[in-house]
Design a protein. Sequence first.
Length: 467
Amino acid sequence: MIKTSLLLSILVFSFSSFFSVQCIRFHDYAKYSKFLTFSQISLPPSSAPEAAAPSPSYNDNDNSSISSSAVFNVQSYGAIGDDVADDTQAFKMAWDSACQVESATILVPKGFSFMIESTIFTGPCKPNLVLKIDGTIMPPDGPKLWPRNYSKRQWLVFYRINGMSMQGGGLINGRGEKWWDLPCKPNHKGTNGTIDNGTCDSPVAMRFFMCSNITVKDLKVQNSPQFHFRFDNCQNIHIDYLHIKSPSLSPNTDGIHIENTNDVKIYNSIIANGDDCVSIGAGCYNVDIRNITCGPSHGISIGSLGIHNSRACVSNITVTDSVIKHSDNGVRIKTWQGGSGSVSQVTFNNIHMDTVRNPIIIDQYYCLTKSCANQTSAVNINNIVYTNIRGTYDIRSPAMHFACSDSVPCTNLTLSGIELLPAQGSFMKNPFCWNAYGDWEALITPPASCLLEGMPELVVSSEGARC
Ligand SMILES: *[C@@H]1O[C@H](CO)[C@@H](O)[C@H](O)[C@H]1NC(C)=O
Ligand SMILES: *[C@@H]1O[C@H](CO)[C@@H](O)[C@H](O)[C@H]1NC(C)=O
Ligand SMILES: *[C@@H]1O[C@H](CO)[C@@H](O)[C@H](O)[C@H]1NC(C)=O
Ligand SMILES: *[C@@H]1O[C@H](CO)[C@@H](O)[C@H](O)[C@H]1NC(C)=O
Ligand SMILES: *[C@@H]1O[C@H](CO)[C@@H](O)[C@H](O)[C@H]1NC(C)=O
Ligand SMILES: *[C@@H]1O[C@H](CO)[C@@H](O)[C@H](O)[C@H]1NC(C)=O
Ligand SMILES: *[C@@H]1O[C@H](CO)[C@@H](O)[C@H](O)[C@H]1NC(C)=O
Ligand SMILES: *[C@@H]1O[C@H](CO)[C@@H](O)[C@H](O)[C@H]1NC(C)=O
Ligand SMILES: *[C@@H]1O[C@H](CO)[C@@H](O)[C@H](O)[C@H]1NC(C)=O
């Protein structure tokens, strides 16, 4: 039984790594080809171990969010929560029991700090599962203590879960410091910025794979070794009141990365980290981002898309009522040369910039080395609206930068209500445009007079842009 389910999970994971490989986002140095090497797998729900498992307690009095539901306290399954003890097995047992009960709550109690190894929590589970994190959870402290036979690319994975709320006033502490200090990482004193293969792997803190109807709210997450949250092949994700915090020099610590994921809401969250605040990869659509504060960070990013001549389709993305401060970029779309597909129907509305290096940027020449050859195809960028974007920019770069592909121009960029002023002095750099078509409202600052009017005469075959 155990063997069969393990085998099944491995098969499923290999299959999904096969179909998602072309859409994988290559970030600074991370390579995801082996991303899905499996780590510790929680058994799929089977009948509860009757002798060992305590029965859940029923909280009939508490009619708050978990009224009349079964509560599976990890401490009832042997978790200690003293910072040191390995509580992995207790969490897995609590998960496997709760997974079989409708409206169950797995409780991680306040006042305790639980160390758990890399684990895959597997579904499907009964509906309305709640993972209530009131205490602290954390992984082993750094690469030396990471078990050798476990994947170093992910810590906690939620797999095939449909309908779960992860919430609570607790803390997810990724203990990333020793990972960021690996000699192969950028910013490390003494390296030459070399890209190391393999040895640089660092775990994503929380990974959701093939999940739907997931809510993540009220939690604090800090110091992930790599991305804090990553969603692949998921639907209906709602993130609310999340607080993500890592140092501005922590490498590759994106706040929330989504890929092949649709119907995503990211609301009321505060993110300070060392890489993209939110990054949106290939295959994402219907994404609504509202009232988030980013910074320091690398801003909100669509991309990078189209690596290794891959096709990427991203559409219907809205970012509104948000603040980006002390960041390398504000709102960015980045694509590699040679890709295909399109980014369209994107709106950036009502965004306040505070000392941002590239507040508005499209870069279709994204390249991590200095030697990416120019190619004739590109991910098509069209119907992008920038409206009510105000504040200050770091004068080392222009306030607007539209570097579009030679062969596939950006079209229908619309700018209105822009007021971006230098953070220091009064010298304004002119906006940069290359092969960028669009309309701008006369009163914006700085004037986007480098945009080309109308549509390009030579309309490229829409073949490559089909999504
Ligand atoms: C890793 O090794 C430990 C100890 O040998 C074993 O208990 C665990 O099941 C192994 N995990 C994986 C994912 O192979
Ligand atoms: C919660 O339950 C108590 C009795 O157990 C009741 O007095 C109270 O009104 C309930 N509160 C709500 C919000 O339903
Ligand atoms: C950096 O590069 C120099 C010359 O290319 C080399 O001698 C040195 O060992 C490199 N340092 C590291 C830490 O890789
Ligand atoms: C990196 O890749 C090169 C060539 O692909 C290989 O020779 C080398 O052993 C690899 N290094 C590590 C640390 O895996
Ligand atoms: C997600 O939840 C909604 C409403 O709670 C439900 O209608 C829908 O079927 C769920 N989606 C899936 C994939 O189960
Ligand atoms: C915006 O998000 C912040 C941070 O979570 C929150 O304090 C504030 O109430 C939110 N504003 C609105 C209008 O919801
Ligand atoms: C765009 O996404 C929003 C959710 O963010 C959704 O309500 C809307 O229907 C989508 N529009 C289209 C044209 O699909
Ligand atoms: C690629 O094209 C851009 C825009 O035409 C040009 O500025 C750049 O020099 C080219 N790069 C190479 C490597 O040819
Ligand atoms: C340009 O973009 C706007 C906003 O997305 C859209 O309403 C309009 O239809 C687009 N125009 C063309 C010609 O595609």
